[in-house]
Design a protein around this ligand. Structure first.
Ligand code: 5GP
Ligand code: ZN
Length: 112
């Protein structure tokens, strides 16, 4: 399978890692939209939020379990935003489930 983020997990494509364990990887977005912009991905390939099921859910919950510590390590003590774009109309451009962790400044109050 030709998946950009699987290649980042495998180390074939380099990334600036901020956290890694056996189930997930967090790395800096190549085109940051905020002073802190990190992508958190499961090491298991899941296409998007639409691909979450009972079998792979532990990989998703693991990411959520780690968010507070990752946010703290990035200095996001005043808050942050979590986004997951799903599918074409959701604006997803990479077909491997990922959560954008954004912060480091006062973000706008609108979603769009
Ligand atoms: P999406 O649009 O699918 O929600 O988010 C994909 C994100 O991946 C974008 O914010 C984009 O900047 C980021 N991205 C795309 N290619 C690379 C890459 O090769 N390395 C890193 N670190 N980020 C990437
Ligand atoms: Zn993948």
């Amino acid at each position: 399978m030709d998946c950009l983020f699987c290649k980042i997990v495998e180390g074939v494509i380099p990334s600036s890692k901020v956290y890694e364990d056996d189930m997930m990887l967090a790395f800096k977005d190549i085109n940051p939209q905020a002073p802190v912009h990190v992508l958190m991905i499961p090491k298991m390939h899941i296409d998007s939020l639409d691909g979450v099921n009972a079998e792979n859910l532990p990989y998703v919950t693991h990411i959520f379990e780690k968010i507070p510590a990752i946010a703290a390590s990035l200095g996001l003590d005043k808050g942050y935003r979590l986004i997951s774009n799903c599918g074409y109309e959701g604006g997803q451009t990479v077909g491997h489930l990922h959560f954008h962790l954004l912060g480091g400044k006062k973000l706008g109050e609108n979603i769009l």
